[in-house]
Design a binder for this molecule. Structure first.
Ligand SMILES: *[C@@H]1O[C@H](CO)[C@@H](O)[C@H](O)[C@H]1NC(C)=O
Ligand SMILES: *[C@@H]1O[C@H](CO)[C@@H](O)[C@H](O)[C@H]1NC(C)=O
Ligand SMILES: *[C@@H]1O[C@H](CO)[C@@H](O)[C@H](O)[C@H]1NC(C)=O
Ligand SMILES: *[C@@H]1O[C@H](CO)[C@@H](O)[C@H](O)[C@H]1NC(C)=O
Ligand SMILES: *[C@@H]1O[C@H](CO)[C@@H](O)[C@H](O)[C@H]1NC(C)=O
Ligand SMILES: *[C@@H]1O[C@H](CO)[C@@H](O)[C@H](O)[C@H]1NC(C)=O
Ligand SMILES: *[C@@H]1O[C@H](CO)[C@@H](O)[C@H](O)[C@H]1NC(C)=O
Ligand SMILES: *[C@@H]1O[C@H](CO)[C@@H](O)[C@H](O)[C@H]1NC(C)=O
Ligand SMILES: *[C@@H]1O[C@H](CO)[C@@H](O)[C@H](O)[C@H]1NC(C)=O
Length: 433
C-alpha cells in the first residue's frame, strides 16, 4: 500500500505544479485578529458530525508517541514538530474536529507562533489528487456547510467555524513527536495528511495550528492508527506547568479509582461521527440533585441535534437551556455577592466580587451513566480580571446540544479507549503527569 501512496503523490506533484506557486501568494491583509481563538474554534458545520471522509489507507506506526501539552489560555496546546528539518509546531488539541491544520508561510505569521514554510521542507508534498481523499474530503457537503470547495486539483477546503474560517490545501508532511520510551527519543511519522492554511479570518495566538483528535479518518488519532489516547489538562490558570498527551499502548490512567463511561454512538452515523458523545444523566450541586429532564442530554433519533460531546478545543461548557437554568438558579441561591447585569466576561452569570472576596463553593457533580465526575469550584467558577466572578458555563439551544469544555476538564486525567468505546477519567494533578 505504501507504493500506491507514492505513485499517487507523484502524479499529484506533476498535476499541481501551479498549486505550489499558489501557496506563495499574499495572504488576507485583514487577518490580524485572533478571531479563531477560544470558543470561536467550535465548528458550526461538523458539530453534529456529518463529515464523511472516503476510505483510504492511512499511515500507521507501532510506536507510542507522546507530546508535552500546556495551557495557552483559553486553549491547550500540544508540542510537536512539522517538516524536515523539523520546525516547532505548537498546536491546539481539539477532540471536536478531525483535521490537522498548519499555518503555512508566507501566509500566516499574524501571530506570535512559529511559522512553517513548506518550500523549506524536503518532506512537503501536495496531496490534492488522491481521488478518494478529494471526493471524501473536499467535495462532500459537510453537515450543511457552504459548498465552497474547489473541484479538481489542488484539493482545497474552506473550513468554517462558529466565528471564523481557515482556507487550506490538503498536503502531506512528516510530523515529529516525542516518545515515551526515552525522553530524548523523537519519533518522526512520515506521510501525514494535513491542511496547509494559506488564508484565514484570524490567527491562532501562539499556536501554529490545530490538531484534530476526533473520530474522522484524517484526525491525528486515526492517521496514527492509535486505538487509545490520554491527556490531562493542567490547571486553567497555570500557564507554566506541562503535562503529557499519549497515543498508543502507553496511554493509560495509573489510578485504580478511575471511572469509565461508554461513548454514546451517534444513531445515524455511529462511530463515523466526528464527536465523542457522552451519556450525561444528571447534575448535582453539593448534595442537591437538580431537576433536569431525563432526556435533556439525549441525542435526537436521527443524531443531528442534542447530545453532549467532550471537546478539548472548546473552553466553556455549554448546557442546553433546560439544564443550564437549573444550574444557574442553584448558583444564584448559593452566592451572596450581587449579580452583574451585563457581564464583560462573555459569560451569562457573573457576580460583583470587587468589594468582598468570593464565596467558598461546594463541588458540582456531572453524573455519567453510573459514574460521577466531580468538579471542584475552580473548575466551574471563574474570576475574570475585571473582578467579575462568573459561572463558567453558558446555555445553548436544545438543537445545538451540550459541550463539556476544557475549563471543566482541567486536572482530570482522561483516557479515550476507542477499541472499547469507553472514556475513563480520574481526578489528578495534571502537572505531575
Ligand atoms: C490559497 O490557495 C488557493 C489554492 O491554491 C488559492 O486559490 C488562493 O488564492 C490562495 N489564497 C491566498 C490568500 O493566498
Ligand atoms: C474511514 O476509513 C474506513 C476504511 O478505511 C472507512 O470504512 C470509513 O467509512 C472511513 N470513515 C469515515 C468517517 O469516512
Ligand atoms: C515546545 O517546543 C519548543 C521548540 O522545540 C520548545 O522551545 C518548548 O520548550 C516546548 N514546550 C514544551 C511545553 O515542551
Ligand atoms: C457542490 O459543487 C459541485 C461542483 O460545482 C456540484 O457538482 C455539487 O452538486 C455541489 N454540491 C452541493 C451539495 O451543492
Ligand atoms: C470562507 O468562508 C467564509 C464564510 O462563508 C467566507 O466569509 C470567506 O470569504 C471564505 N474564504 C475564502 C478564502 O474563500
Ligand atoms: C509562571 O512562572 C513565573 C515565574 O515563576 C511567574 O512569574 C508567572 O506568574 C507564572 N505564570 C503563570 C501563568 O502561572
Ligand atoms: C461592583 O461593585 C462596585 C462597588 O459596589 C461598584 O463600584 C461597581 O460599579 C460594580 N461593578 C459592576 C460591573 O456592577
Ligand atoms: C444512559 O444511561 C442511562 C442510565 O444508565 C441508561 O438508562 C440509558 O439507556 C443510557 N443512554 C444511552 C443512549 O446509552
Ligand atoms: C440563555 O439564557 C438567557 C437568560 O438566562 C436567555 O435570554 C437566552 O434566551 C438563553 N439562550 C438559549 C439558547 O436558550
Amino acid at each position: 500500500m505504501a507504493s500506491h501512496i507514492v505513485l499517487v503523490t507523484l502524479a499529484c506533484v506533476a498535476l499541481s505544479s501551479s498549486a505550489a506557486a499558489d501557496l506563495r501568494v499574499r495572504c488576507n491583509p485583514d487577518a490580524t485578529a485572533s478571531a479563531l481563538m477560544g470558543d470561536a474554534l467550535r465548528h458550526d458545520m461538523s458539530r453534529h458530525g456529518h463529515a464523511r471522509f472516503a476510505a483510504r489507507e492511512l499511515a500507521s506506526t507501532d510506536a507510542t508517541i507522546s507530546a508535552p501539552t500546556r495551557n495557552d489560555g483559553p486553549e491547550y496546546l500540544m508540542n510537536l514538530s512539522i517538516g524536515t528539518p523539523p520546525v516547532a509546531f505548537p498546536a491546539i488539541i481539539d477532540t471536536g474536529s478531525n483535521v490537522i491544520m498548519a499555518q503555512c508561510a508566507p501566509c500566516g505569521g499574524f501571530d506570535t507562533a512559529p511559522l512553517y514554510n513548506p518550500s523549506s521542507s524536503s518532506t512537503f508534498s501536495d496531496r490534492p489528487c488522491d481521488s478518494s481523499l478529494r471526493v471524501g474530503f473536499c467535495d462532500a457537503a459537510d453537515g450543511g456547510a457552504a459548498n465552497d470547495t474547489t473541484p479538481g486539483c489542488p484539493c482545497t477546503r474552506n473550513q468554517t467555524y462558529a466565528e471564523g474560517w481557515a482556507f487550506f490545501t490538503m498536503a502531506m508532511e512528516t510530523f515529529t513527536f516525542g516518545s515515551t520510551s526515552g525522553d530524548d527519543q523523537e519519533v518522526p511519522v512520515a506521510g501525514m495528511a494535513f491542511g496547509c492554511v494559506n488564508d484565514s479570518s484570524g490567527g491562532w495566538g501562539s499556536a501554529s495550528g490545530m490538531v484534530g483528535l476526533g473520530r474522522g479518518n484524517l484526525s491525528l488519532v486515526k492517521q496514527l492508527g492509535a486505538s487509545r489516547f490520554s491527556y490531562c489538562l493542567t490547571a486553567f490558570h497555570d500557564g507554566n506547568s506541562t503535562s503529557t498527551l499519549r497515543m498508543g499502548p502507553s496511554a493509560a490512567i495509573d489510578d485504580t479509582s478511575a471511572q469509565s463511561t461508554p461513548f454514546v454512538p451517534n444513531p445515524n452515523l455511529g462511530t463515523l461521527s466526528t464527536h465523542y458523545y457522552l451519556n450525561l444523566t444528571g447534575i448535582s450541586v453539593g448534595d442537591k440533585s437538580l431537576s433536569i429532564p431525563a432526556d435533556a442530554f439525549s441525542l435526537s433519533a436521527d443524531g443531528s441535534s442534542g447530545g453532549l460531546i467532550i471537546d478539548s478545543g472548546w473552553t466553556t461548557t455549554t448546557l442546553v437551556d433546560v439544564a443550564y437554568q437549573q444550574v444557574r438558579a442553584e448558583i444564584v441561591s448559593l452566592v451572596t455577592l450581587p449579580p452583574i447585569d451585563e457581564p464583560q466576561a462573555g459569560l451569562e452569570l457573573c457576580f460583583n466580587a470587587s468589594q468582598e472576596s468570593t464565596s467558598t463553593m461546594t463541588d458540582m457533580t456531572f453524573h455519567f451513566d453510573g459514574e460521577d465526575m466531580v468538579l471542584p469550584a475552580e473548575s466551574y467558577m471563574y474570576l475574570s480580571s475585571g473582578s467579575e466572578w462568573c459561572l463558567r458555563m453558558n446555555n445553548a439551544s436544545a438543537e445545538d446540544g451540550s459541550v463539556l469544555g476544557n475549563y471543566q476538564q482541567q486536572n482530570i486525567h482522561f483516557l479515550f479507549d476507542l477499541d472499547n468505546e469507553m472514556l475513563s477519567f480520574a481526578p489528578a494533578d495534571c502537572s505531575t503527569i
